[in-house]
Design a binder for this molecule. Sequence first.
Ligand SMILES: CCCCCCCC/C=C\C=C\CC(=O)SCCNC(=O)CCNC(=O)[C@H](O)C(C)(C)COP(=O)(O)OP(=O)(O)OC[C@H]1O[C@@H](n2cnc3c(N)ncnc32)[C@H](O)[C@@H]1OP(=O)(O)O
Length: 341
Amino acid sequence: MLLRRVYKQHRWLASHVKFLSTQKSSIDIKVDNDGIAILNLQRPPVNSFSMDFLKELSKSLDFVENNKITAMILTSAFPRVFSAGLDINEVYKPDAVRFKEFWTTLQEVWMKLFGARFITAAAINGQSPAGGCLMAMSCEYRVMIKGTFTIGMNETSLGLIAPTWFMELVKNTINVRDAEYAFTTSRMFTPEEALKVRLIDEIAADKDDAIAKCKRFIKKFDEITPSARINTKMKLRGPAIKKLQNTRQEDTEEIYQLVIHPDTQKVAIFQLYSSPVSANPAIITGYDPMEVCIENCAQCKKMLGAWFEGQLCAESCIKYRGKMIPDCENYASISPFLNKL
Ligand SMILES: CCCCCCCC/C=C\C=C\CC(=O)SCCNC(=O)CCNC(=O)[C@H](O)C(C)(C)COP(=O)(O)OP(=O)(O)OC[C@H]1O[C@@H](n2cnc3c(N)ncnc32)[C@H](O)[C@@H]1OP(=O)(O)O
């Protein structure tokens, strides 16, 4: 078996992966007995893509490529989230230079993953919105575990427009009509729905089963000449990579302009302050009534949970330009956003 032969050559890797698996590392790499690298993403709390995390992912992909490992499976070390996509902290009030470096890094990682010479598969073991979905879609095979998790492109709900290369990728994976509907409406798919439109390839019972199914896919290539596989993949994927290589600056500028748009920033601040830790109306950057209003919405959402329509509250802040700031302890001020009463 081809994979077994390759593994013999790379048995020593098990001892060499430690440098990527230190306690501080956000990615744990293990090369199994078949010579397949399993990348467990473990950046708390939700594997969101910060600049550092992307750089680590980039190094991990280099590691797999440079050591001529035949296949890689991407999965999450967390039980409920595969990846939450872009780290909102990179998007909220971004510094222009840093954001552009961030986006350039992201483009690089995507090109490495999408254009990897090794076989790639994703064992999606939890929520996978936006960038999390893109990461999985960039692999050659996707297995998602059953449950209440969803996957999809929710960028428009955040005021964002997905990059063109992401749209192209989705259009080439599911049909154009489903892609347009999913992108424009920010539709999130259950595993069953995702399978129906071929956003994913299989459903698994749990993470172990998902990894086993990914391995079964990888094993198919035992019977295929490696150079034929690689060159075919490159022929199919090369043009999309070349297209991005030729338009990287425009892509970065377009996303930056989108991210700094006030409407996107309002959504970003709402997401950020939805965290119980950071929800502190006293910490604000200058007095912007709309900002205070949205922060308070996030605070009330944390206090009242499903009873409180946080997004509706934030939208009302934008609509009335922060003139009606909700006070979570004042029933009258929050009653328009309470449900189930
Ligand atoms: C190939 C390489 C990678 C390529 C990436 C390409 C990306 C570019 C392409 C497309 C562009 C995409 C745009 C985006 O990705 S924007 C981000 C979109 N993400 C979301 O909208 C997800 C928001 N989060 C959630 O929906 C949930 O948190 C969920 C992931 C479903 C998990 O839910 P749950 O288990 O209930 O956990 P909590 O909501 O309580 O969250 C736990 C803590 O995690 C923090 N969090 C959540 N999401 C993010 C995030 N995106 N960035 C930073 N932090 C995040 C949340 O605030 C909680 O924090 P704390 O514990 O402090 O309260």
